[in-house]
Design a protein around this ligand. Sequence first.
Ligand SMILES: Nc1nc2c(ncn2[C@@H]2O[C@H](COP(=O)(O)OP(=O)(O)OP(=O)(O)O)[C@@H](O)[C@H]2O)c(=O)[nH]1
Length: 310
Amino acid sequence: MAELSWRERLFGGFKRTSDRLGESVSGLFGKAALDEQTLDELEEALFSTDIGPAMAARIRDRLAEGRFNRELTEEYLREILAEEIEKVLIPVAKPIEIEAFPRPQVILVIGVNGSGKTTTIAKLAHLFQEQDYGVMLAAGDTFRAAAIGQLKIWAERLGIPIVTGPEGGDAAGVVFDAVKQATAQGIDILIVDTAGRLQNKTELMDELAKIRRVLGRLNPAAPHDVVLVLDATTGQNALSQIEIFRDVAHVTGLVMTKLDGTARGGVLVAAAEKFGLPIHAIGVGEKIDDLRPFDPAELARAIAGAAYAR
Ligand SMILES: Nc1nc2c(ncn2[C@@H]2O[C@H](COP(=O)(O)OP(=O)(O)OP(=O)(O)O)[C@@H](O)[C@H]2O)c(=O)[nH]1
């Protein structure tokens, strides 16, 4: 079978989300007249699809403008959805910019266990490799031997250096060694895995603060990026994670994973609208090139399930 293109994977990945959007309001299609009551139903139905209250209200207003007392078709609704989602995504679609001087640019990756953090680090490393940057990994999640092991396997597969420490060792120490080695080797980008213990906020905060102190000693501008990885399948829970991590870890941007095979992809829109944090990339599968920066127009149409004609 031929390899699917990124657009095919993107639209395929978001199919459950766009189906859910359509199904939630399918009872309203073809109604002779769109009246207040129908619009209320529509707003409520959209609200249940994770896209967020602000977006649901805007869609209602748009439909009231263009369709009041007229029939609502599925194509029209999906077009309006795509247009409104695109407006929200445009200001947040920002790939990580590599501009640190002196090198390396230090990217801390945070997120709860199971969010797809390790895989995302590997995918980001791969993206940067494709752009000819020299990349190194640091296994700063010293809490679990499995996390260190997983990252090592990825580093080997990608053919990039990795700095690790013993299980239960000092994460800040690993990061310190990694920055020194990266500097000596002329590495452009150092991606640091961190422990995702949200259960204990104080410990998490202390550990991140220590990593920051150590980094700051070597380079006051580091970490240059603090990227929070979120699992889209957790829906609204992803939004509360942003709130918590933003406060304890000074998040500078987001990556949302597992958007394939979930009907909850609308949460990406809610996250964009509620927090306005840059969204660097999205994950739509387990393969190494299933994580990419996105084109807001293309993504909006995938979420809305609108036909892609551009
Ligand atoms: N379908 C799909 N699966 C993904 C995606 N990203 C990660 N995964 C899978 O999610 C699972 C967890 O990913 P990990 O990268 O191990 O997540 P982690 O946050 O490091 O998790 P722990 O190792 O448990 O801390 C793995 O089976 C990944 O292959 C994605 O975009 N789509």
